[in-house]
Design a binder for this molecule. Sequence first.
Ligand code: ZN
Length: 240
Amino acid sequence: MRIAIFGDIHANLEALEAVLDDASKQAVTDFVCIGDVVGYNADPVACLENLRQMECPTVKGNHDEDASGSHSLESMNPVAAAALEWTRGQLNADQCLWLRRLRMVRQIADFTVVHSTLDQPAHWNYVTNRFDAMANFSYQFTQVCFHGHTHVPRVYTKSDKVHEVPADSIIVEKTAKYFVNVGSVGQPRDGDWRSCYAIYDTDHQLIVFRRVEYDIAKTQAKILAAGLPPMLAERIAEGR
Ligand code: ZN
């Protein structure tokens, strides 16, 4: 099987379509989403309906939770909160329910997916170094686990110790566990504006990261036309 693992789409339809198109050209047969379908950008409904139509297994991200709830967003970063308030106004009851019912953790084939970490999936912890990754490994019972949340592709391995290895092409060795951040489709933050996702080739035990260009000008125009904070249009061009 060749499985595309992708997420942090954040309502960026042009980026999502470019990734799905690239994955088809790479002979991908299955798709799995690590969450944050909505938030920040201007196409929450189209992105959500796309995944729903594909029957793509999806776990819940913090923006999915916030967009489908009615709690106060006051304690959040004001730009993220403004986008979430706007997103709440776009979703119908059925779409809200779809987001609300997403599970925090899923096992697909022989691997696990979670938006943030397996040790405390509802706490939305950020994994930015190998020490953050250690807690996750204590709760990781599959050899490979994919996640997102930081919007930065990263790979941690655990054999005797936990190491970070470069996120490019990874051979999955039988003697180690892997905790893999697949980066972000709709709002990369590693300085590269192109959409990021990973392909897991289970027959060859290989994980490959892909970067895909999309029509960013179109996405930016939609953000501005929707009245969303202009900095959201600027940041996607800078990959931050
Ligand atoms: Zn996100």
